[in-house]
Ligand binder design. Structure first.
Ligand code: SAH
Length: 274
């Protein structure tokens, strides 16, 4: 059946069989893995996954593609015809009976919301092999003191070990997207150590200080209503800008402020995306 690519659903179908093979090889699924594919589309990756897996679950929003996939793969797949952002990974993990291994060439316009959706469902998800816009992948793996380094870098380097796998040419897709792509692996079984004592606080401080990226840490923290006296005993240099702090620095900073958690979590900060 012909299917016209829907721009609204971020449809850029993988056309290059070699790239698809390479993705599946890097993913290295075992028959016993609880694999879930996000945005399977016309099944380019699904077909290859099912060469190793007896069964997998796919989440596809498209009204035409969801039934087509079911017809094509039959009992070998469970199709969840829904928006990934409305599917609870925690419930899905219970249904599948094992931690989820996620894979997907997902729509680029919702990459960041999908990543946060996954992070918020931990420990239901074991790892995620994901296609994304090159720039976003570079931001995720960025080191401090670079222009790519930001909230996305810190949060994903906190919750996982991110690893850039390989670049994928625009010409590997149809329709050809405007941006170049990369395959990134997020290993949630190997998060940053040590953990923050209070994860919500850690996230709030990261978001709150990066919201004022060009300001010093001192000014960023003032925006979180932290009394000046409390700022004095901190071990992190407050004249630094947020992009000069490592993940370890942010963990330490949030741990030193843990006694102020209720107050800090009450302040309203600009929500900055990525
Ligand atoms: N994986 C396929 C398709 C990639 S295009 C391939 O590589 O060829 C992105 C896919 O995500 C499309 O099939 C699109 O319909 C689907 N999609 C878009 N928004 C979605 C959402 N919110 N939840 C689940 N799937 C979505």
């Amino acid at each position: 059946m012909m299917h016209r690519a829907k721009k609204s659903l971020g449809q850029n179908f993988l056309q290059d069989a070699n790239v698809a093979q390479k993705i599946i090889k890097v993913f290295d699924a075992r028959p016993e893995d609880g694999v879930v594919e996000i945005g399977p589309g016309k099944g380019a990756l699904t077909a290859l996954l099912l060469q190793t897996l007896p069964h997998c679950t796919v989440i596809e929003l498209d009204n035409d593609l969801a039934p087509m996939l079911q017809e094509q793969f039959g009992e070998k797949i469970t199709v969840i015809h829904n928006d990934i952002l409305n599917v609870s990974m925690t419930e899905l993990r219970e249904q599948i009976g094992k931690p989820i291994r996620l894979i997907g060439n997902i729509p680029y316009n919702i990459t960041t919301p999908i990543l946060f959706h996954v992070v918020d469902s931990l420990p239901a998800v074991k790892d995620f092999l994901v296609m994304m816009q090159t720039e976003v992948a570079q931001r995720i793996v960025a080191k401090p003191r670079t222009k790519e380094y930001g909230i996305l870098s810190i949060l994903l380097q906190y919750y996982s070990t991110p690893k850039m796998q390989f670049a994928v040419s625009r010409n590997s897709f149809f329709p050809i997207p405007n941006v170049s792509s990369a395959i990134l692996h997020l290993d949630f079984e190997h998060p940053f150590a040590p953990k923050a004592t209070h994860e919500q606080l850690f996230r709030k401080i990261v978001r709150g200080t990066f919201g004022k990226r060009r300001k010093t840490l001192r000014n960023g923290l003032k925006g979180l209503d932290i009394p000046v006296a409390e700022l004095e005993g901190l071990s992190v240099d407050l004249e630094l800008r947020p992009e000069e702090l490592s993940v370890a620095d942010f963990v330490q900073l949030s741990n030193e402020l843990v006694h102020l958690a209720p107050q800090i979590l009450n302040t309203t900060t600009e929500e900055v995306d990525g």
